[in-house]
Design a protein around this ligand. Structure first.
Ligand code: FAD
Length: 293
């Protein structure tokens, strides 16, 4: 099923993100965790693509396994900046051959090694080039990334939104945001991109922080603003793993309820291969989502 058709349905949707193993020996534990998440029957699941493309075949393997065994619609991520055109085309063909027709088209982060190379020789410099290539094929439903708090390489938000519009005009069907911990930042961003003529569905990305060690990494990765309410929660419960897990699930639930209450019908959760976290959030929302547990 195409993700855009799910997002356009007249009902709430909650989707979960998982990541592939880094090596063959971890495949089994990832399979178990992702299958547990699939039993929750989310609206769809997404599988990330390892930075630099090193784990690309596992992305497809995880997505295919869940799709075939659980019939959950799957979104496979694909990055382009560190790959040559031939490799990207092969990945696209592999997805088609395996029945994966929803793709999150990303540039990928610039590694220090990549930064040292000559940009004029890169086959892909921006996600928009991958999006154009996928669009030409005609069979994919395409997602793109967006940044309510501005992409770190952008000079300002106006420029960031101008390039975002270019991606959408190239064929993006829906957008998912970088993690946000303050819904007001998401609402402000949505207002601005709608004003800029971007009309596709936008899924806020919610990251449940369920242990204190995640905080630093999340800030480093996203540059996201942590509201005082959030920091107080981590200060208070961070040293007690059980309490922190429960508090993190509650904070994410609260964010999602506020989003739904304010008319946002589709929400994406960075569930990070943690079935108990995905299940906790979904159970908290069961009456809102209309599911029974
Ligand atoms: P782009 O859209 O290409 O934007 C990158 C920067 O270039 C921005 O500053 C943009 O404003 C600017 N720009 C865009 N077009 C132009 C242009 N024509 N001229 C000049 N400047 C331009 N990374 C992974 O490795 N694997 C994943 O699975 C993954 N999943 C992600 C999922 C989501 C929802 C998000 C938000 C991010 C994800 N990332 C992932 C991280 C992502 O790869 C990085 O944030 C990366 O730095 C940018 O990717 P992009 O697709 O947004 O790039």
């Amino acid at each position: 099923m195409r993700i855009i058709d799910i997002l356009n349905q007249d009902q709430m949707s909650l989707s979960f993100e998982v990541f592939p193993p880094k090596k063959e020996t971890s495949f089994e534990s990832v399979r178990i965790a992702t299958e547990e998440i699939a039993t929750l029957k989310p609206a769809f699941m997404s599988v990330t693509y390892g930075a630099g493309g090193g784990t690309s075949e596992y992305t497809l393997a995880v997505a295919k396994n869940i799709k075939e065994k659980y019939n959950v619609p799957m979104l496979a991520h694909l990055t382009c900046v560190s790959s040559d055109r031939e490799t990207v085309r092969r990945r696209i063909q592999d997805m088609k051959d395996n029945g994966i027709t929803n793709v999150m088209a990303l540039r990928g982060d610039l590694t220090p090694e990549l930064e040292k190379t000559d940009r004029s020789k890169w086959d892909y410099r921006y996600a928009v080039e991958l999006i154009r290539e996928l669009k030409k094929d005609g069979s994919f439903c395409i997602g793109g990334a967006c940044y309510p708090e501005i992409h770190p390489e952008s000079a300002n938000q106006r420029e960031d939104i101008r390039f975002l519009k270019e991606k959408v005009d190239a064929g993006v069907d829906f957008l998912t945001t970088q993690m946000v911990f303050d819904n007001n930042l998401f609402f402000n961003f949505l207002y601005k991109i709608r004003e800029a003529g971007i009309t596709v569905p936008v899924l806020p990305g919610i990251m449940p922080i369920t242990n204190a060690n995640q905080v630093e990494r999340a800030i480093k990765l996203s540059g996201a603003f942590m509201p005082q309410r959030f920091r107080a929660m981590v200060d208070k419960f961070g040293s007690n793993p059980d309490a922190m897990k429960q508090a993190g699930i509650a904070y994410a639930t609260d964010q999602i309820i506020d989003l739904y209450a304010n008319g946002i019908t589709n929400v994406h959760v960075y569930s990070m291969n943690k079935p108990e976290v995905a299940e906790g959030i979904q159970r908290n929302l069961s009456s809102i989502l209309g599911n029974t547990f």
